[in-house]
Design a protein around this ligand. Structure first.
Ligand SMILES: Cc1ncc(COP(=O)(O)O)c(C=O)c1O
Length: 393
């Protein structure tokens, strides 16, 4: 079915300057991976986020795989993760033998807090995974204090939260490592796929380049017999004396070149999205049936615009929006413990009442940057009509 306003998974369009840059790299870049665009992109992200180590990777999921490896999990370790998140926040840890303990969310911000995590954390907790879901920056300092009390590591899933500020620091930079996604739908997309893995930890930072590229380590450049004994070394990356398997998840030059350009305007992209979100929320303020999370600061980049329906049927709302108004709303972040994937692994139980209440009543509106003002105003009108219709039922 074609929608007048589709949900869409393309975040934004590219400027002529960005398209020209892509063509320049396509025509002349040598090499097409591991070159100067990668180095510059990493330098720029490091500066933007104020972190000493930032590595371009093929996706946030690849970054979570590496981060999970760096956590060096063993039998009996538990990893605390909110049930309300995307699946790759969780399975890289399950894959490495950890038991998953599902945490609940705060009903207002729809993300974890130190309070919602506290009942899940114990002496067995090795890692706490914190997703900045919807693009809202979680209150990190209290979570860092909690983690320190239990000597747990913290991995931030900032896949949706590029450019989000929590106080003076960026989301993704409080924990032991953080990942950002540049997938097609994200506020910054490097042509469909991509990501960055960041850390302050020197030991982690030093081996990530080997982990993301098959254990390769360059020999020094001044060998005259440059082919002896091989073109590049292959090492088994080690952390605390223990080996970690490498993989290949580099980010290509074209993606990095576009990433550099987009990073220069990410604050503008985020603030336009935020203004738009506030416009929608404020235009619907006379409909208390729709409960948004309103945050006017750079703590929220409004990657998604979600709301909980109160006192009216969510499914009836989405159905009328789709079939009567041709507006494609969706639901997001099915609580992970309900998926057969996690049930089969033995992680099918959770006590997460706020997650359940939110997910079962939530709606996510079409909200990509590529939608026109006219389309957004149409969504507002359609929503008003649908809620008035639901009231009359
Ligand atoms: C919260 C969250 N974590 C992880 C990911 C995975 O990102 P990627 O598609 O870059 O692997 C996503 C992507 O949608 C996400 O939203």
């Amino acid at each position: 079915m074609e929608y007048r306003v589709p949900f869409g998974v393309r975040a934004h369009s590219y400027s002529e300057e960005e398209i020209t840059e892509a063509l320049r790299i396509m025509r002349g870049s040598e090499p097409l991976t591991q070159g100067q665009n990668l180095r510059e992109f990493e330098r720029e992200i490091g500066r933007f986020a104020n972190v000493p180590f930032a590595y371009g990777i093929s996706s946030a999921t690849a970054g979570l795989e590496i981060a999970a490896s760096l956590c060096q999990l063993s039998e009996g370790d538990e990893v605390v993760i909110p049930a309300h998140t995307y699946t790759s926040s969780a399975y890289p840890f399950a894959k490495r033998g950890a038991a998953i303990v599902w945490a609940d969310i705060d009903p207002i911000t729809r993300v974890v807090t130190a309070e919602t995590l506290e009942s899940c954390v114990s002496a067995r907790t090795k890692v706490i995974v914190v997703p900045h879901l919807y693009g809202y920056g979680v209150e990190m300092q209290e979570i860092m204090d909690l983690a320190q009390r239990y000597q747990a590591l913290v991995i931030e899933d900032a896949a949706q939260a590029i450019g989000v500020r929590i106080g003076d620091a960026m989301a993704g930079t409080f924990g032991d490592a953080g990942v950002f996604s540049f997938h097609s739908h994200k506020n910054l997309t490097t042509l469909g796929e991509g990501g960055v893995l960041v850390t302050h930890d020197t030991k982690w930072g030093e081996i990530i380049p080997e982990l993301r590229h098959n254990g390769h380590r360059p020999y020094s450049d001044d060998r005259s017999d440059y082919w002896i004994p091989a073109m590049t070394d292959v090492v088994l990356p080690k952390l605390n004396g223990e080996p970690i398997w490498p993989m290949n998840c580099c980010l290509g030059e074209l993606a990095c070149g576009i990433g550099i350009k987009l990073l220069a305007r990410i604050d503008e992209i985020n603030s336009k999205k935020r203004d738009r979100a506030l416009h929608v929320i404020d235009s619907l303020v006379d409909f208390p049936e729709l409960v948004f999370h309103r945050e006017p600061s750079s703590r929220h980049n409004y990657y998604l615009l979600a709301a909980r329906l109160d006192g009216v049927s969510r499914d009836q709302f989405i159905r009328r929006m789709a079939h009567h108004h041709s507006v494609q709303c969706v639901v997001q972040y099915y609580p992970l413990y309900r998926y057969p994937f996690y049930r089969e692994l033995g992680f099918g139980e959770a006590v997460v009442p706020e997650t359940d209440k939110f997910y079962d009543n939530m709606v996510s509106f079409p909200f990509s940057h590529v939608l026109s003002e006219h389309q957004i105003d149409y969504v507002i009108e359609a929503t008003r009509e649908t809620l008035a219709w639901l009231r009359a039922q």
